[in-house]
Each structure stands twice: as structure tokens, then as C-alpha cells.
Write a protein that binds this ligand. Structure first.
Ligand code: PMP
Length: 525
């Protein structure tokens, strides 16, 4: 196939050179379960234990035989893949099955409607977009009510049945818009003009999006603004709505932030022949977006207490909660949703990665019936979303997860527990090198202590450049044939997200390799 002159590297050449400098630019030729195969310079095949697992997309392993056999049968049967604007039974079945599983885990029977997408970031953006449509519609409905109240009051005033309250108290609360004093208006028109001015500020405010520090929700123009990492986010600030980031597990800061952002709209009432202003909360909060276990933020779990507080505060301010289970969900932690183990109940759920069984690129956002706006279906679409192939593969994934009374969930919890115990034992023996071990089931992180002041230049320089984790990944790959990477926003944390097929021998291999790496760091070699 490649008989001509050597091709220049045109696909992301800079990234390739960075990978190459860390010894990570191996080309793989075959993949099965947790194993990737490559061929060395002498033409000999060698295997690599893959713990990066497609950044969390391979809970069922590379080329899972049941999924590949099913995919092959779909192709052989000439299954329609792209039939936009027609009846999509597999998508419907998939949505129903997702509902059945989510209902079981959350102990609810409220329907979640499904909007399909292709990638994680796209589904996050669809959820935020829907939440914003809902907010704008709520805001519009309040605007119409206020307009109707103004007309009623005007009719009462001009008909002589009401007067404007003397020294009317139109002071607006302490939102970020500040106080707007419309006291002491002389007549009705002046009152309406002042009220309209005060309200205009609230009506034109950008939506408030909230997310914990350390969050990662994607890198597209909207979702990257929900990704805390400045390096990814800051250059693109001007392109989309900004989020306010609150420290993880600090309910008091969340409450303070919410109080700063609250907005007030002024409405009119006529009571006992007097026209008065009344305050109503303005729906300024678009969504609180969070991962139950932050993946790219360094495998950090949200506590049950914080989950409860988020829900309490969000219910109080009528702010929908979008639970991003793209990395933590689909069974990886021993239950379908990681959030169900901490009592988190989302208005929205977002799933992607392992939903495609390692073969399909697919994602979905699910929205609770009480918040659902069917108008969204008329303004949102994507050519490849909800395609026949991906939805059938995702159904197969759910069938495998749910088989034998949820054997794979139990397996994820068990084998993940053994992996975490192995990582813990490394930490116990190398507390000077390893700072922390975190995770649940098959999403684990090992955080190394910073080496920015290391004696060894080979450790110090990459650590100062934020590349220490990549150096470790290079050692593990070159010396131990283990593939893992740092999490994207916490680069001293190595990620461990293998498939459920992980064996005890694999875990021993990982533990031995990490001990060698820790010894090397300890010796500053
Ligand atoms: N949300 C979370 C929690 C993720 O981990 C990721 C990807 N690492 C995304 C969103 C973005 O998904 P994608 O890369 O498919 O756009």
C-alpha cells in the first residue's frame, strides 16, 4: 500500500514529536481485551498491557468478541446505518433500556428523554443547550406574566380603581446587578419605566453555569468553558458563556457563589387599590455541571455530603444538575452510574465513551421529564447522531452489562478493588514518592509527589514543564510494556482504567512496574 516515497507526518506532527520524546510514539497493529500488540524493529510482535483503556472507553476491552461478532452480523445483514428523519426503533429501545437501568439505580420512575450525539463534548453541549433553552423559556414566561401584570395595573390606575403606592419600595436585592432603587416614583408610567429598566438588566444577563474546580467536560467551544484547566479554557473565553468554578466539596463556597449570582425581577401587583412592586427570583442559573468522579481532574470523587448539598442548593434556586457520567458511568465503578452510589440524582445525565463498546462513537444526553422541552427536537440535530449501527452496539453493551444479574458490574467492583489495593500497597511502601491513591472500581489514579525540586535534572525539568507524568508513562511503556497516561488536567496523577478483563497477573505486573518506577524516583536515577 505504501510503496511510494516516505510520507511526511501531516497528522498532528507536533503532538507526535512530543510523544516521541517521551518514548510514547509506538504504533499498534492489533488489539484484544487489555492487550495492544506492536511489532519491533526485528519484526517480532510484542504485547502491551493497556490501562489507558481508550481514556475510559474500553470497559469491555478492545475488540470484545461478543461486540465484534455482533457488529459483523449487523454489517452482513446490511443494517441501515443512516436513515435520518425516520422511525428509529433501536434508538427508542436504547432509551427505554437506559431508563430501566437508571430507574432501578435511582429508585425513581420518572422518564428521562434521550437526545443522541456522537462524542462526549457534543452530548455535554446538547445538555447545556437544552438547559439554556429551558431557562430562556422560563424567563420568557415570567416576562409575559410581568407584562400582563403591568397592563392590569395600568387599567386599574387609568380606571381610577388603584393608585401608585407612595414612596413605592422598588429596591432590588443584592444580585451581581447591584441595587436598583426605584423608590419615590411620581406616576405609573415612571414606575413602569424604572421597573422595565431594572428588569432589562436581568433579562440580558448571560446564563450562569456552575461547575466544581477540576472539572473536565470536553474541549469544544462551549464545553471547554466548563473544563476548569486554564490552559485548555482561557484562550477561548470569548467564544462561549463562562462558568463559575467552585472548590470541590466546599458547600459554603457554593452557597456564597450562588448568592452572588442570584438575580431579582420586579413585578407589579395591585392590592387594596394600591400598585406595588414585588420581587421574583430571575432564572439566571442555566446548570450545575459535575462529574461524580472527576476523571481528567485526577480521579477525585465527590462526597455524598457534597452531592446532597449541591442538590439542596440547586433545588432552592431551580438550577438543573447535569451529571456527566461520560468517564465514570456505564458500570465502571460497580454500578451503572457512579453518582448513584453517592445519592446523586441528576436532572440530566450524559453518557459516552464505553457506551460505544469500543467500536462505535456515540453519546447521549438524558433529561428528566419534568424539565424536558420537546421544542428542542426541532432546533437540535447532528447528522450522525442516533445512527443505526451505534445505537444497536450500545444496546449490545447494555445487554452484556446487565447479563447474569449484573455480573460485569460486580466484576468491575471486585477487580477494581484488587487494583486499588495494589496501588495502595505501593503508596504504603513509597510514601515519599506517591502522594495519594484515589478511585473506585475500574477508575483509579495514583498521584505522585511533585518533582519540581528534585535533585535529578531528568526528573526536575519535565516536572517543571508539567510533563513529569508523561515521562513516567514513557518509562512504564518502554521498560514494562504498560500503557497509561496522566489525567489531562492533573498531570502528576497516572490513570488506571482497564477493562473488566483485567487479571490478577495483570495487577501483579502493574504493581511490580510501579514499585520499580518508585524506586527509580526515590533514587533520583
Ligand atoms: N466529560 C468527561 C467527564 C470526560 O472524561 C470527557 C473526555 N475525557 C469528556 C466529557 C469529553 O468527551 P469527548 O472527548 O468524547 O468529547
Amino acid at each position: 500500500m505504501n510503496s511510494g516515497p516516505i510520507q511526511p507526518e501531516l497528522a498532528e506532527p507536533y503532538l507526535l514529536s512530543v510523544l516521541s520524546s517521551a518514548g510514547l510514539d509506538i504504533e499498534y497493529s492489533r488489539a484484544e481485551g487489555n492487550t495492544l500488540y506492536s511489532v519491533d524493529e526485528d519484526g517480532r510482535e510484542f504485547s502491551v498491557l493497556d490501562l489507558a483503556g481508550g481514556y475510559g472507553s474500553l470497559l469491555l476491552g478492545h475488540n470484545n468478541p461478543e461486540i465484534t461478532a455482533y457488529a459483523t452480523s449487523l454489517l452482513e445483514a446490511r443494517t441501515p446505518v443512516l436513515t435520518q428523519f425516520s422511525r428509529h426503533s433501536p434508538a427508542n429501545e436504547l432509551a427505554a433500556e437506559l431508563n430501566r437501568i437508571i430507574h432501578r439505580e435511582l429508585g425513581t420512575d420518572e422518564a428521562y428523554y434521550a437526545i443522541f450525539a456522537n462524542t462526549g463534548a457534543e452530548a455535554v453541549e446538547a445538555a447545556v443547550k437544552h438547559a439554556e433553552m429551558d431557562r430562556v423559556m422560563r424567563l420568557g414566561a415570567i416576562g409575559e406574566e410581568i407584562a400582563a401584570h403591568i397592563e392590569q395595573a395600568r387599567a386599574a390606575v387609568s380606571g381610577g380603581s388603584a393608585v401608585v403606592a407612595a414612596g413605592v419600595d422598588g429596591s432590588v436585592g443584592t444580585g451581581s446587578a447591584g441595587r436598583t432603587d426605584i423608590a419615590d416614583v411620581a406616576d405609573f408610567d415612571e414606575l413602569v419605566a424604572a421597573l422595565t429598566r431594572a428588569n432589562a438588566e436581568q433579562f440580558s444577563r448571560p446564563p450562569v453555569l456552575l461547575a466544581p474546580e477540576g472539572s473536565f467536560h470536553g474541549k469544544l467551544v462551549g464545553s471547554v468553558q466548563l473544563t476548569h484547566n486554564e490552559g485548555y479554557r482561557a484562550p477561548f473565553r470569548a467564544l462561549a458563556a463562562q462558568a463559575r468554578f467552585v472548590p470541590l466539596d466546599q458547600p459554603e463556597t457554593l452557597r456564597k457563589t450562588v448568592d452572588e449570582e442570584r438575580g431579582i425581577l420586579l413585578d407589579l401587583v395591585v392590592e387594596n387599590g394600591v400598585v406595588r412592586t414585588v420581587e421574583r427570583p430571575a432564572p439566571v442559573f442555566c446548570a450545575f455541571v459535575l462529574e461524580p468522579i472527576q476523571g481528567e481532574g485526577g480521579i477525585r470523587e465527590v462526597s455524598r455530603a457534597y452531592a446532597e448539598e449541591i442538590q439542596r442548593i440547586c433545588a432552592e434556586i431551580d438550577c438543573p444538575v447535569i451529571v456527566d457520567e461520560i468517564q465514570s458511568g456505564m458500570g465502571r465503578t460497580g454500578s451503572f452510574l457512579a453518582g448513584s452510589q453517592i445519592g446523586l440524582r441528576g436532572d440530566y445525565y450524559v453518557l459516552a465513551k464505553s457506551m460505544g463498546g469500543g467500536l462505535a462513537k456515540t453519546s447521549v444526553m438524558l433529561v428528566r421529564e419534568a424539565r424536558y422541552r420537546r421544542e428542542f427536537e426541532m432546533v437540535h440535530s447532528s447528522t450522525f447522531a442516533k445512527d443505526g449501527f451505534s445505537t444497536l452496539i450500545a444496546l449490545k453493551v447494555l445487554e452484556l452489562l446487565e447479563a447474569d444479574g449484573g455480573r460485569l458490574y460486580r466484576r468491575a467492583a471486585e477487580v477494581g478493588g484488587r487494583l486499588l489495593a495494589a496501588l495502595e500497597s505501593v503508596r504504603a511502601d513509597f510514601p515519599d514518592v506517591v502522594n495519594d491513591v484515589r478511585g473506585r472500581g475500574l477508575i483509579a489514579g495514583l498521584e505522585f509527589r511533585d518533582q519540581g525540586d528534585a535533585a535529578s535534572e531528568a526528573l526536575r525539568e519535565p516536572a517543571r514543564a508539567g510533563l513529569f507524568g508523561y515521562v513516567l508513562a514513557g518509562w512504564l511503556l518502554q521498560d514494562h510494556r504498560i500503557r497509561t497516561f496522566p489525567t489531562a488536567s492533573a498531570v502528576n496523577t497516572l490513570r488506571f482504567e482497564p477493562s473488566v478483563q483485567l487479571t490478577d497477573a495483570d495487577i501483579d505486573h502493574v504493581e511490580g512496574a510501579l514499585r520499580e518506577v518508585c524506586t527509580r524516583i526515590r533514587r533520583q536515577a
